[in-house]
Design a binder for this molecule. Structure first.
Ligand SMILES: NC(=O)c1ccc[n+]([C@@H]2O[C@H](COP(=O)([O-])OP(=O)(O)OC[C@H]3O[C@@H](n4cnc5c(N)ncnc54)[C@H](O)[C@@H]3O)[C@@H](O)[C@H]2O)c1
Length: 301
């Protein structure tokens, strides 16, 4: 689809990281931008930053895990602009404690934002996107949606996003509806996701602090994110995909080897096994295991 003056783009999780870069890129393309985020102060700052491009902006504080708040986001968008063309379901969180022995709240939070946020976004906006006559949905999944190994709740939420996005795409193409669909699957991107628990809901029991083993892994994850791709480069690829109506967006194709390896194992009916290669950006598995063992023994790796 064409982007420019008259195009209205909604971006969730727009106050930081990939979402902020997406908002910036749609503004640079001349679109009006609706920024939605749960973090009030960061959202206001993001709107100011985007408005510099000289496009119309609207900021709506929204918790995407809550259906009524996503409904309100759509209403505010339509009241202001009368139509909507692009929806980026991008808000996402990670972390929050041990998946098996910690509180169930970490599952509820991660699934609530990462999966229900996308479900609410698609279901609420789809009739309006179709009515616009030329539209596109971008769902931010992750390489974790094709190859588990980050954390079970996060992996599960992102697998679900990959699956529902494919279903949406197939419905739109089969029914010849005017809505393109893209599935964004990043690897490591330089954002604030390692500090996602800053948005942990105040009405949930607080997350359990990571233990020594989790700290070891987090240290490497933080470094990989800090050394990751710039969000602006991801946003450029998304803009191209929307313009060219391309489904997959893989900013870090080096991760696809492990995805292919996993599906080969599935086709051969082999039990799951860690990839034979170190995950890009991470040290070899044996090193991480040795560091975890040392940390649990109270020593220094
Ligand atoms: N950074 C990476 O390496 C990476 C890799 C793969 C996928 N992703 C995905 O990219 C997306 C964006 O994350 P990011 O890396 O830019 O992180 P980020 O923390 O920089 O940005 C995420 C934004 O989402 C907002 N948010 C959190 N909970 C929300 C809620 N309930 N409702 C509305 N907004 C909410 C945050 O306030 C923040 O502004 C996420 O879906 C994430 O899972 C990130």
């Amino acid at each position: 689809m064409e982007l420019g003056n008259g195009t209205v783009a909604v971006v969730t999780g727009a106050a930081s990281g990939i979402g902020l870069a997406l908002a910036d890129a749609f503004a640079a393309a001349g679109c009006a931008v609706v920024l939605a985020d749960v973090e009030t102060a960061a959202l206001a700052a993001a709107e100011q930053q985007i408005a510099v491009a000289g496009v119309d902006t609207l900021a709506v504080v929204t918790d995407v895990s809550k259906r009524d708040q996503v409904d309100a986001l759509a209403s505010r968008t339509l009241e202001r602009f009368g139509h909507v063309n692009v929806l980026c379901n991008n808000a996402g969180v990670a972390g929050g404690g041990d998946p098996w022995f910690g509180g169930v709240e970490s599952w509820e939070w991660v699934i609530g934002v990462n999966l229900w946020g996308v479900v609410h976004g698609v279901r609420t906006f789809l009739p309006h996107l179709i009515a616009s006559g030329s539209a596109h949905v971008v769902n931010t999944a992750s390489i974790a949606g094709l190859s588990p190994g980050f954390s079970p709740a996060y992996d599960a939420s992102k697998h679900a996003v990959v699956a529902l996005t494919e279903g949406l795409h197939n419905t739109m193409t089969t029914a010849h509806l005017p809505v393109g669909v893209s599935c964004l699957c990043p690897g490591w991107i330089r954002t604030n996701i390692a500090d996602a628990t800053r948005n942990w809901p105040s009405d949930m029991a607080p997350p359990v602090a990571p233990d020594a083993a989790a700290e070891v892994v987090m240290k490497h994850v933080r470094r990989a994110i800090d050394e990751g791709m710039q969000p602006a480069a991801v946003a450029d690829q998304v803009i191209d995909a929307v313009r060219e109506n391309r489904y997959w967006v893989f900013p870090n194709p080096e991760f696809l080897e492990s995805v292919v390896e996993r599906f080969h194992r599935i086709a051969e009916h082999l039990d799951p096994a860690p990839s034979s290669q170190a995950m890009p950006g991470m040290p070899p598995r044996e090193q991480i295991i040795a560091e975890v063992v040392a940390a649990l023994a109270g020593g220094h790796a």
